[in-house]
Every structure is written in structure tokens, then in C-alpha cells.
Design a protein around this ligand. Structure first.
Ligand SMILES: Cc1cc2nc3c(=O)[nH]c(=O)nc-3n(C[C@H](O)[C@H](O)[C@H](O)COP(=O)(O)OP(=O)(O)OC[C@H]3O[C@@H](n4cnc5c(N)ncnc54)[C@H](O)[C@@H]3O)c2cc1C
Length: 302
């Protein structure tokens, strides 16, 4: 039986592996697509300490090399379920079942898509899902933001520090965000709210050059001449395979400050958990805590 199974080979998973292997735990990692996680798709990262500018792929290659130096094995399988068998857990995968003393879920999340023409083609070339990550690249430019919740409004305000103008496109006639941040957005000279509007197409040749919107009440259509679009219509956790543990209404795994779920021996770290900030730096911090808690749990089983 394994000591520890890590689900997901993103920043949280690799960190869990480094800490776990250095603690001499008998572990391995399961990854359903390829190593790297979401960040491997990001062109440039400028907010991970120690690297003033690095591509997401290169950063994740460094994480992987680091973990492999300590002997990490990655198995290419999708986890389809985790069962609690008391003293051990049964991890169900597309390549068979694995018995383990503890599991750390590092399965991450994905931004909800708008599913409009141009979105897929221009992702990373003007279409972004993360203002903290990509806002800087739009310094002095005009951008669209989409959404009406806390994230959309907060990120729009954040973008006003660097961009020239933000067109906030919201499908209703009122924002859902906290009142205090709503007021800031409504009074910001840099934010122009497009009420009752939906994005119908993202236009451009090699990168974003405009965003087509439609008013849902009048049917009026126009193209906003912008160089970027930031989409904040929600984030979807990769936790559908987990039925055992408590999750919030959106599906994010609930944990305490030790990254323990409600099921002893099952821990969660990174974007898949209920956290106020989803970044590489927070995912790695969570994972270090989760392994320390898992070690204590495994020790107590002896
Ligand atoms: C476009 C974009 C740009 C970003 N830019 C930045 C940035 O500049 N700086 C920054 O700090 N953060 C950035 N982020 C956020 C950052 O990518 C995430 O916070 C970070 O990747 C979370 O790491 P994680 O390990 O928790 O999850 P993920 O990176 O999502 O990795 C989870 C892994 O688990 C695997 N997995 C999922 N389900 C299963 C399963 N059932 N079985 C097996 N494997 C599974 C997935 O395939 C994936 O490889 C960006 C995000 C996006 C989308």
C-alpha cells in the first residue's frame, strides 16, 4: 500500500511531491492529461517570486525536474473516485484501483468559458481569464471585462490601474458584487459599464482587435474597439470525481487551515479548494501544508 497518492500534476501537485518525497513518503502522482496544470498554458508569469519573467511551461518544467530529482513517478491516469475504507483509501482510476493511506487532491480548476466565436483562437493573444496575471500586458490599452460578480468588478478596478479604459459588459441591469466595490466601479472614470449586454464574438486577425456585444433588451449590436478581453463568468473546479468530501455550492473542496477535508486522510490544496486567491504561489503554499498534515496523519496510523 502507498503512503500517499497525489491527484494532479500542477503547481500544487509538484510541491506536494517535493515535500512528500523529502519526508521519505512512498508516494506517486496521477495526472489525467499532461504535467503542468493550468499555468503551463500561460505565456508569461511575472508574479512568482524568484522569476521576474518566465513562461508557464518553463516554470512547470522546473517544478517537474525538481520533483523528479527526488524520485517522483507520474502515472498517466484519470482519477474517477476516492473511497474511504477506514484505515486506507481506495483511489479509483482509469488504469485500476490503488490502495493508499492518504490522498492529496490537487486537481485544480478551470475558468468558465463564454463559448463565443474567437474565444478559443485568441486565448493568450488578448483573451485572458486572470487580470492579476495578464493585466500588466495591457498597459495603456482599452479592454473589455465580462461579468457582474465580485471577481469581475474587483478585477475591473484592478485593471484601471494600468489600462486606459475598461468596458465592463454585464448581462443584467445591476451588478451582483459587494456594494462597496460596486460604488467604486460605478464612480470610476475609467470604467464604462455596458448594461444588459452580452458578448457575441471576439474579433481580430492574429490578436484581439474588437469585441462584438449585443444589448439583450433592445437587440442593438456594436463592436467595441479593444485590444483585450478579460472573462470572469466563474471558475469550475475539477472535483466532479469526489463525492465523499464536503464541497461548497460551486464544488470547491472545503478544508480547514491544515488543508484537511471532512474525511480523515483526504487533503486538498490549490485551485480545487475554497480559497480567496487562486495563484501558483498560493497553490504551492497549500500543498506544503497539506503534506505536513498528511505526514502527521500517516504517522498516527502506525
Ligand atoms: C490563463 C491563466 C493565466 C494564469 N496566470 C497566472 C500567473 O501569471 N500567475 C499565477 O500565480 N497564477 C496564474 N494563473 C493561475 C494558476 O494557473 C493556478 O492558480 C494554478 O495553476 C493552480 O495550481 P493547481 O496545482 O492547484 O491546479 P492546476 O494548475 O489546475 O492543476 C491541476 C492538475 O490536475 C489534473 N487533474 C484534474 N482532474 C484530475 C483527475 N480527475 N485525475 C487526474 N488528474 C486530474 C489537471 O489535468 C491538472 O494538470 C493563471 C491561470 C490561467 C487560467
Amino acid at each position: 500500500m502507498k503512503d500517499l497518492i497525489i491527484v494532479g500534476a500542477g503547481p500544487a501537485g509538484f510541491t506536494a511531491a517535493i515535500y512528500g518525497l523529502r519526508a521519505k513518503l512512498d508516494l506517486f502522482m496521477l495526472e489525467k492529461t499532461g504535467p503542468g496544470g493550468q499555468i503551463a498554458l500561460s505565456d508569461v508569469i511575472e508574479n512568482y517570486p524568484g522569476y521576474s519573467s518566465i513562461s508557464g511551461l518553463e516554470l512547470m518544467q522546473k517544478f517537474e525536474e525538481h520533483a523528479k530529482k527526488f524520485g517522483l513517478e507520474i502515472q498517466s491516469s484519470e482519477v474517477t473516485g476516492v473511497e474511504d475504507r477506514g484505515d486506507y483509501k481506495l483511489v479509483k482510476t482509469t488504469s485500476g484501483d490503488i490502495e493508499t493511506k492518504a490522498v492529496i487532491i490537487c486537481s485544480g480548476a478551470k475558468p468558465r468559458k463564454l463559448d463565443v466565436p474567437g474565444e478559443k483562437e485568441f486565448t493568450g493573444r488578448g483573451v485572458s481569464y486572470c487580470a492579476t496575471c495578464d493585466g500588466f500586458f495591457f498597459k495603456g490599452k482599452d479592454v473589455v471585462t465580462v461579468g457582474g460578480g465580485d471577481t469581475a468588478v474587483k478585477e475591473s478596478l484592478f485593471l484601471t490601474k494600468m489600462v486606459n479604459k475598461v468596458f465592463l459588459v454585464h448581462r443584467r441591469d445591476a451588478l451582483r458584487a459587494e456594494k462597496i466595490i460596486q460604488e467604486k466601479a460605478l464612480t470610476s472614470p475609467k470604467i464604462n459599464i455596458q448594461w444588459d449586454a452580452v458578448v457575441t464574438e471576439i474579433k481580430g486577425n492574429t490578436k484581439v482587435e474588437g469585441v462584438a456585444i449585443k444589448n439583450v433588451k433592445t437587440g442593438a449590436e456594436e463592436v467595441l474597439p479593444v485590444q483585450g478581453i478579460f472573462i470572469f463568468v466563474g471558475i469550475v473546479p475539477n472535483t466532479g470525481f469526489l463525492n465523499l468530501v464536503d464541497k461548497d455550492e460551486a464544488g470547491f473542496v472545503k478544508v480547514n487551515k491544515k488543508m484537511e477535508t471532512n474525511i480523515p486522510g483526504i487533503f486538498a490544496a490549490g485551485d480545487c479548494r475554497d480559497t480567496p486567491l487562486r495563484q501558483v504561489v498560493t497553490a504551492v503554499g497549500d500543498a506544503a501544508i497539506a503534506v505536513t498534515s498528511a505526514e502527521t496523519y500517516i504517522e498516527r496510523l502506525k
